[in-house]
Design a protein around this ligand. Structure first.
Ligand SMILES: *Cc1c(COP(=O)(O)O)cnc(C)c1O
Length: 453
């Protein structure tokens, strides 16, 4: 391919992408049966011969685009999936063209610099100490892993054990304390770090999934206490202040899984929910959820930067670290894409006020959902504190049937959960693109389907 062909290819990609974006507002959320069936056309033996890149692109658009889920639109409420802000979307294109490897500063000065900036801005937005160190990883699961690795290192170092040199065999035991509602991803992260399920002392939670501070066990100094900012079902926040106080009195480490909830701190209206969380030792969050910075973008933030760098550090003769922050000394990966670019674009385009409005608008939409569902006679199971709504339509079977039909019908998309023994549909309003009209249309579809089921 020559330069002209490459330019034509990129222009065509822009054209197809633009067409996709303009169809998003009216597009069904789940792909149609026909679109799913057509995915079969991708299945072919690994081609013997080369294919014109134009043809590759046309095939991808022809078969791929119709089989996407419209997560970038305003009516996707499944899991906790943020959409993509226009600035992040466009920045992603440019970053793709740059093709930077963000491992080392010398490989991409721009990626290294933007990472430093977004970590600082994120700490500022979340009310965390500006001196924290951070790493940009794929997601909250890896952010939990990265931060908890720093916790493990710091605690064992204090016990005179070098986990980097000597591993975990025969190491002094680390205790783990977590709420009964701890997210599975934190458990997986602990597990990958050699701290299995049976090590975790589970703390009773209240009706909203908040850890009960009065039920904390006796904490020893060699303990990691895992708390949550934003329960994945209810959106509830653990009482961080008394937990941090009790843990720190004993010298324990407090880690916060705040995949989406931490961003509540960006809004003056919701900041109070984050009281006490700034006292923790490490935090994991996602920029692809509430800030809508697009996939994949998680952040591990650690108060003790030395512990983070010691546990993620890597050296080899051919790697020449400079005196400035080196991205790969803060993450499990070495080579990776420059994911800080989209986050920078998202935060730069929003600014403090835009981020606050995004948080407040999505929370207001969640209230609109809850009010509409209650008015229609359905049971909202949670206190809608932020952007999450849990609703049932009767028994488990009926709720599941309503949910399946809502997903198939295509106006909106919500996923399910079991909340304290009750099967529920969960509505998570995490998209910048959702409007009050999107909520009305979705409510109408849900209520119509539920009444007919
Ligand atoms: C979404 C979520 C996770 C996992 O996030 P990924 O980005 O999918 O790894 C972990 N914890 C909480 C509280 C979450 O909401």
């Amino acid at each position: 391919m020559n330069q002209r062909d490459t330019s034509a290819l990129l222009a065509r990609a822009a054209e197809l992408a633009t067409r996709y974006v303009s169809a998003v507002p009216e597009r069904r959320v789940s792909p149609s049966e026909a679109a799913l069936a057509a995915l079969q056309n991708f299945h072919e033996p690994f081609p013997e011969s080369s294919c014109d890149p134009q043809e590759v692109l046309e095939m991808l658009d022809g078969i791929g685009s119709p089989a996407t889920v419209t997560t970038t639109g305003g009516r996707y409420f499944g899991f906790v999936i943020g959409a993509t802000l226009p600035a992040a979307m466009a920045a992603n294109w440019l970053a793709a063209v740059w093709g930077q490897n963000a491992a080392l500063r010398v490989m991409s000065p721009v990626a290294a610099e933007l990472e430093e900036i977004v970590i600082r801005w994120t700490c500022e937005a979340l009310g965390l100490p500006p001196s924290c160190a951070g790493g940009l990883v794929t997601d909250a699961t890896l952010a939990n892993f990265t931060a908890l690795a720093a916790a493990r290192y710091a605690l064992l170092t204090r016990e005179g054990w070098n986990v980097i040199e000597d591993g975990l065999f025969h190491a002094p035991p680390i205790e783990v304390v977590a709420g009964a509602e701890v997210h599975a991803s934190a458990l997986k992260a602990l597990n990958m770090l050699g701290m299995g399920r049976s090590r975790i002392r589970s703390v009773e939670v209240d009706g909203q999934g908040r850890m009960r501070a009065d039920k904390l066990p006796k904490i020893s100094r060699n303990t990691i206490v895992c708390i949550q900012a934003g329960n994945v079902n209810t959106g509830a926040f653990d009482p961080a202040a008394p937990i941090c106080e009790a843990a720190h009195e004993r010298g324990a480490w407090v880690h916060v899984d705040g995949a989406f909830g931490l961003w509540a701190a960006a809004s003056p209206k919701y900041r109070h929910l984050m009281n006490g969380f700034e006292q923790a030792d490490s935090w994991a969050t996602d920029a692809h959820k509430w800030p809508n910075a697009s996939y994949d973008c998680g952040l591990a933030i650690v108060r003790n930067g030395e512990a983070l760098r010691a546990s993620m550090g890597l050296s080899a003769a051919y790697l020449v670290p400079g005196t400035k922050r080196e991205p790969m000394q803060h993450t499990p990966e070495a080579s990776r894409r420059a994911r800080g670019v989209e986050l920078w674009a998202a935060l730069k385009s929003l600014g403090r006020s835009g981020l606050a409005r995004l948080v407040e608008r999505t929370c207001a939409h969640a209230q609109q959902f809850a009010a509409g569902l209650r008015a229609a006679g359905f049971d909202v199971l949670n206190e809608v504190v932020i952007n999450q709504v849990l609703v049932t339509f009767g028994d488990a079977r009926r709720t599941q049937e309503v949910m399946r039909q809502v997903q198939d019908e295509g106006t909106c998309w919500c996923s399910g959960t079991v909340w304290q023994g009750k099967t529920a549909m969960r509505i998570s309003v995490s998209s910048w693109a959702t409007t009050a009209d999107d909520v009305d249309r979705s409510l109408a579809a849900i209520v119509r389907i539920a009444r007919a089921t």
